[in-house]
Design a protein around this ligand. Sequence first.
Ligand SMILES: Cc1cc2nc3c(=O)[nH]c(=O)nc-3n(C[C@H](O)[C@H](O)[C@H](O)COP(=O)(O)O)c2cc1C
Length: 275
Amino acid sequence: MPRLNNEDWRAAARAALPRFVFDYVDAAADEGLCLQRNRDDLDRVILTPRVLRDVSRLETGIEVFGRRWAQPFGIAPMGLNGLSWPRGDEVLARAAAAHGVPFALSTASNARLEDLRAQAASGIHWMQLYVMHRGLAEGLVERAARAGYEALVLTVDVPVSGNRERDVRNGFRVPFKPTARFLFDVARHPRWAWRMARAGRLDFANLRVEDAPGADSASLQAALLTRAMDRSLTWESLSWLRRLWKGPLLLKGVLHPDDARRALDCGADGLIVSN
Ligand SMILES: Cc1cc2nc3c(=O)[nH]c(=O)nc-3n(C[C@H](O)[C@H](O)[C@H](O)COP(=O)(O)O)c2cc1C
């Protein structure tokens, strides 16, 4: 069957992935109201085409922070891409580079930020930052600058984690204890299980023990999975980040116009409007 639209790809993913992985990617918080409203808003956008214009040459590219993008969008940061496909971060980064669009690497990626840059060096790479702990964040920012990431995206809308009901129902949480339902789920997707087994252990590769001397790896990784963020982060804290990161700095998750103005006053170079 040809895959012609998002729904076709969604159905293919549902068939190929265990339920807990599909739901992790597909679901939203609580009853999914916000997701549904976003969908409805997009569906309400209607374009009225104008006719008889010369469209023999089309140009969809834009310039952002001095770089040419072939399309006016990029790949948003997603944690745990390696769960959907082995080396999922690298696969997405290579695809983005091949199509001339940016790729944002999540703090919660399965690829180590330095390795990803080395493997897809020609691409436009942004680094997304979760601040769980200031010292850790400083380390990540310095590493991202050294590795050549072009922009830093600070995600500001997750001081507490969303209540992802489908993850809870699937038992996909910390501490992880495989239930019978989970094992059955995996057993029904042997091809996925085989791919994962061959790919080896999955971890949050940016946060290993060597990155946070004195911390123990298991608790660092659990903190990231539960998005245990530094809840004391405020506008005042932004100057700390602004001093550390010299390149373009974006805030992701801004919705209120006053927050947007304040972000620019605090030295942010861009916003990602997102909920
Ligand atoms: C599976 C999954 C993982 C995500 N992980 C992250 C993440 O690690 N960091 C982040 O800033 N946003 C993360 N997001 C949010 C996306 O970057 C994006 O904001 C979201 O899909 C909504 O799209 P929109 O911002 O275009 O509205 C994740 C989204 C999904 C679906």
